[in-house]
Design a protein around this ligand. Structure first.
Ligand SMILES: [Zn+2]
Length: 140
C-alpha cells in the first residue's frame, strides 16, 4: 500500500473533502505545526485542534464497499473529515462538509477553537454528518 507520506506529497496534503491543509504527525516539531495554523502549544484545546488536522489515508471507495489499497482509490483527508464520513459516498460527504464549512461550524475552518463539550457532535448533527444520530433522535 502507498505510504501516507507519499500520498501527502502527491496531494499536497490538502483534505479531499474540506480543502484544509493537513500535516504529517512526527514530520516536524509540534510547535512549528501549531504556529502554521495560528495556534500555540499550551493554548487550551490545541491538541484537539491539531489532531483534527492530521493527515489520514482516505479510501475513496470504502474498503467495506470493495475499495482497494491502490493509488487511484487513495487520497488524503483530514482526521475530522475522515472519521465523520460514515457510509456516505464521497460526493455526499463533500456536500455535507461544504455545508459545515459554509455554516462556519467545521472546526478546521473556524478561527477559534471551540472548547465546549459536544461541540463536534453538535456541528456534525447540524449538517447531517451523523445520519445515525439524526435518525435516532427523529421521532415520527
Ligand atoms: Zn477535511
Amino acid at each position: 500500500m502507498i505510504s501516507l507520506e507519499k500520498l501527502f506529497d502527491l496531494t499536497g496534503g490538502t483534505c479531499c473533502y474540506c480543502g484544509c491543509q493537513t500535516y504529517l504527525p512526527r514530520s516536524e516539531p509540534r510547535a512549528v505545526v501549531a504556529a502554521r495554523f495560528g495556534l500555540a502549544l499550551g493554548q487550551p484545546g490545541v491538541k484537539k485542534a491539531l489532531r483534527r488536522r492530521t493527515a489520514t489515508r482516505e479510501h475513496i471507495v470504502r474498503k467495506a464497499d470493495g475499495g482497494g489499497d491502490n493509488r487511484r482509490n487513495l487520497t488524503i483527508a483530514c482526521h475530522l473529515c475522515n472519521i465523520t464520513r460514515g457510509a456516505a459516498s464521497p460526493d455526499q460527504h463533500r456536500a455535507a462538509i461544504a455545508r459545515a464549512v459554509a455554516a462556519g461550524i467545521h472546526p478546521n475552518h473556524t478561527p477559534k477553537i471551540d472548547l465546549t463539550k459536544g461541540a463536534l457532535r453538535r456541528a456534525r448533527r447540524a449538517v447531517g454528518l451523523c445520519p445515525e444520530i439524526a435518525e435516532s433522535s427523529h421521532v415520527g
